[in-house]
Design a protein around this ligand. Structure first.
Ligand code: 5GP
Ligand code: MN
Ligand code: MN
Length: 398
């Protein structure tokens, strides 16, 4: 058992898998624990840190209600990774640089998106009718999507900030592709819309909350159903986004590397999402905000930073964490603090041997801005076991 502390200031206990819990996260979690529909307890993962609205690294099981701000605006954000038959000795620095350039050309990053093409339209097709149905039952949604038409051409794009694509080597020198992204503009529009709608509903019903980001939809209402439908759509879209990117990255590798195959299935895990699960004898909604599902035997991905190791993990199905684990190292400091504290020379030093951007534009993502991933892994030995240890050779940031 490595629960490091149990906080009982609120109405339900908060079980925390680290000794280090910042004051803001503690306050957010205690506020959360006063809601009447929390199931059993709240679990805070070892990478827990304060986020906008919700605490990153929290697992919240709720009975008959969902909190849209707890899921956040990057609905379905998560990771995908796959092992190839290639070994690192086949890849010298100049080949890796060509791979970096090719991926940078083929996968739109930042604000870029694809042009119209048949492959994209085909991949997007299964999402079109459900989206239309959603906007039929909830006409406001159509207005909320300012960039409504972009979702087809954003399928298979990285986005910006913390999202990344990496080519890594594992402990056996095998090459992996790993990437991180979510539901792009349309998921953001849906999340933003429903978070605001929930706040307005709380006002309408005169429900006072310790924090407006705890605004919720009760089960059995139209808005609840609409939110669940929207979030399910966005989660599926986020997964498809990663699938499309994975195809593009593998095709980019094929252009520059010897013939290879994929030796295992692609591992894919959301780390910002809500779904229906069974815990402690009841069917409840489980929101993982910066946490992954780690059922017994289930594979997951725990990335470190653009200069640290990342881990492929196998879940232990620990019921105390609602079968969950940390989703990364977690931030040690804010983006602005990192920009103040570090220089491009620090970034260069902390990403030695990695082909990646080393300019001021990605200083906020410097490894030193993140917690020590190995400490996080040590703190969650009762949640997951390590299957593979990855170190990036190439990292593309949005
Ligand atoms: P989030 O989705 O909460 O922004 O980030 C997920 C986790 O990814 C972070 O907590 C951090 O540990 C990890 N991470 C951030 N940037 C990179 C990167 O460039 N490469 C790798 N391997 N991990 C990263
Ligand atoms: Mn994201
Ligand atoms: Mn993420």
């Amino acid at each position: 058992m490595t629960i490091k502390q149990v906080i009982t200031d609120g109405d339900t206990p908060i079980k925390v898998w680290t000794d280090e819990l910042d004051a803001r996260s503690r306050e957010q979690l205690v506020n959360l624990s006063t809601l009447p529909f929390i199931h059993r307890h709240i679990a805070a993962m070892p990478d827990v840190h304060a986020g906008m609205g919700a605490t990153i690294g929290s697992v919240i099981a709720t009975d008959k209600a969902v909190i849209p701000a707890a899921v956040g605006v990057d609905i379905g954000c998560g990771m995908a990774a796959v092992r190839t038959s290639l070994t690192a000795d086949r890849l010298d620095a100049s080949t890796l640089k060509r791979v970096f350039d090719q991926i940078s050309r083929d996968v739109p990053v930042g604000r870029d998106q694809h042009r119209d093409d048949r492959a994209r339209t085909q991949a997007a097709e299964p999402f079109a009718d459900p989206l239309a149905a959603l906007t039929d039952t909830h006409p406001q949604l159509r207005k909320a999507f300012k960039r409504f038409d972009n979702w087809v051409n954003q399928l298979g794009t990285l986005g910006s900030g913390n999202h990344f694509i990496e080519v890594c080597r594992d402990e056996d020198d095998r090459i992996w592709v790993m990437l991180h992204s979510g539901s792009r503009g349309i998921g953001n529009a849906m999340g933003t819309y429903f978070i605001d709608l929930a706040r307005r509903e709380m006002q309408r019903w005169m429900i006072r909350l310790p924090d407006r980001d705890l605004a919720y939809f009760p089960e059995g209402t139209q808005y609840f159903d609409d939110y669940v439908a929207a979030v399910s759509w966005a989660q599926a879209y986020a997964r498809a986004n990663r699938e499309q990117m994975m195809l593009l990255v593998l095709a980019a590798l094929e252009r520059h590397l010897p013939a290879f195959e994929l030796t295992d299935a692609v591992i894919d895990c959301h780390h910002n999402y809500v779904e229906r699960e069974h815990h402690f004898g009841a069917n409840v909604w489980v929101t993982r905000k910066g946490a992954i599902r780690a059922r017994d035997g289930e594979l997951g991905i725990v990335p470190g930073s653009m200069g640290a190791r990342s881990y492929i993990v196998r879940g232990q199905g620990n019921p105390e964490s609602f079968c969950s684990s940390a989703h990364g190292a977690g931030r040690r400091m804010s983006r602005t603090a990192a920009e103040k504290q570090f220089t491009p020379a620090d970034l260069e030093a902390q990403t030695q041997g990695v082909i990646c951007r080393k300019d001021r534009g990605v200083l906020d993502e410097i490894p030193g801005a993140y917690k020590d991933i190995d400490q996080v892994m040590a703190n969650q030995a009762d949640l997951v076991e390590v299957v593979h240890t990855l170190k990036q050779l190439v990292c593309i940031k949005g």
